[in-house]
Design a protein around this ligand. Structure first.
Ligand code: HEM
Length: 427
């Protein structure tokens, strides 16, 4: 991308206003680190992601598929518009592009300073390696068993009766997350979830919110206590078994896991929404765990919980037209734009779990709910295991939609989804 032949197209001020008002503002309003339910509801009612996608489509039509240069006072950014550029940026992560983008660092530092994703250089390589090595151990039968047991027990109250709301689903899923990440002894440590969510709320404001050092110290201390138990369970056991260099604070890495698992709950709940509107696929998902995992992935494609993948350039680059892009230029991959690109994806706006089984999704680098390349999510398999186990338990009952979401096959699926008001009944 940086060495592409053509001059960079530059967004005019009207483009910048449209991008800000129709794309950026609704995204920020919903909360990039923790969702604000009222704003999510409003965004879904207006289908604001569709606005953002239309703006990007229009820019691509006018300026061509190359990355679009957007400048506002104090910040320069490249907005990616083609799948080829997206691939290049994801592949060249850790070389020409860093994951430690300025805004991402500001948002995530509130609760996970020292996390791999917001680290640069040699320390990043060590932290990434630690995450990979620890999370790989989750493929072991001991973890699969621990995860399935936690899921079976925590979903009991949901199966025992009553309708299903996001609040009930989320409460049960959070119980699983604490057990799966920190061990069964952390099951009732709701304070840890509360601290995490308060600090995530601060993260929604990036550098505009002051750092709450005391809350963060309490979060880290509570986490450390679980990791330091004589026989830690869940992923804490993998943490114990993974050597950490001086540059790796395992507590900080675990904060990312606790945070990122929340996206898994949203994706799983929306997957249930899709399945209750697609009986044929639901029947297959009940019988086939691999297909159920594909449904979880497909929910993440349709409504990516990572709203955008952000990078900063690592070095100054001189373009063929003589323009110099400073190091630290932001690069933006808008997930909902690429995941619903009807020019490339015939299945763009419909529920198509089969694309995750027949190689089509794998072949498309621009379909990247768990990112791709050197920063690809090392927690992907853990998420798929947890969410598919959770849904498999729930699918033992015949849930029907009890809210009016347009999740059926009758028309294109909306670009924006509201998980918070989605309800189900068995009555
Ligand atoms: C549905 C849930 C999840 C989604 C959609 C997701 C997605 C992602 C994405 C898109 C990235 C890369 C961001 C980038 O390229 O800038 C990422 C990174 C990461 N994810 Fe996940 N993730 C999820 C859950 C998890 C969980 C549960 C864990 C751990 C147990 C985890 C661990 C990580 C780590 C450690 C990184 C940083 C990788 C790096 O710095 O190279 N994720 N995830």
């Amino acid at each position: 991308m940086a060495s592409g032949p053509s001059a960079l197209a530059r967004a005019g001020w009207t483009d910048v206003v449209r991008l800000s008002v129709l794309g950026l503002l609704p995204t920020l309003a919903q909360g990039v680190v923790i969702r604000r339910p009222l704003m999510v509801r409003l965004a879904a009612a207006l289908d604001t992601n569709a606005w953002g996608c239309r703006v990007l489509d229009g820019l691509r039509e006018r300026h061509g598929p190359g990355p679009l240069l957007v400048t506002v006072p104090g910040r320069t950014a490249l907005v990616l518009l083609s799948a080829d550029d997206a691939r290049r940026v994801l592949e060249e992560t850790d070389v020409a592009f860093t994951t430690a983008n300025r805004e991402k660092v500001a948002a995530l530092s509130h609760f996970e300073p020292g996390g791999a994703l917001i680290t640069r250089g040699a320390a990043r390589a060590e932290r990434r390696a630690f995450n990979e090595a620890a999370l790989e151990q989750a493929a072991g039968p001991w973890f699969q068993e621990a995860c399935r047991t936690a899921v079976r027990e925590e979903t009991q109250p949901l199966l025992a009766g009553g309708g299903l709301t996001w609040k009930r689903f989320h409460g049960a899923y959070q119980g699983v997350v604490r057990r799966v990440v920190l061990g069964d002894a952390a099951r009732d440590d709701e304070r840890i979830t509360e601290l995490r969510d308060k600090l995530r709320g601060d993260g929604n404001w990036f550098m505009l919110h002051r750092r709450r050092h005391r809350l963060r110290a309490e979060l880290f201390e509570r986490t450390r206590r679980h990791l330091d138990r004589p026989e830690p369970g869940g992923l804490a056991r993998a943490v114990r078994a993974t050597p950490a260099t001086a540059d790796v604070d395992p507590v900080a890495q675990t904060q990312h896991w606790l945070f990122a698992y929340d996206a898994a709950a949203i994706g799983a709940y929306l997957a249930l929404g899709l399945l209750t509107h697609h009986p044929e696929q639901a029947a297959r998902a009940r019988a086939d765990d691999v297909y159920l995992r594909a449904c979880v992935l497909e929910s993440q494609r349709l409504w990516p919980t990572t709203l955008g993948i952000l990078r900063d350039t690592t070095t100054e680059t001189r373009r063929p037209d003589g323009r110099v892009l400073p190091a630290g230029t932001a690069v933006i991959f808008v997930s909902s734009y690429f995941h619903r690109d009807a020019r490339r994806l015939p299945y763009a706006d419909r529920f198509a779990p089969e694309i995750w089984l027949d190689g089509r999704a794998e072949a498309e680098w621009s379909v990247a709910p768990f990112s791709r390349g050197p920063a690809r999510c090392p927690g992907r398999d853990v998420v798929l295991l947890t969410s598919s186990a959770f849904l498999a338990e729930l699918l033992r009952r015949d849930w029907r939609p009890a809210s009016s979401h347009r999740l059926g096959p009758g028309g294109p699926l909306p670009r924006t989804a509201d998980h918070t008001s989605l309800r189900f009944t068995t009555g």
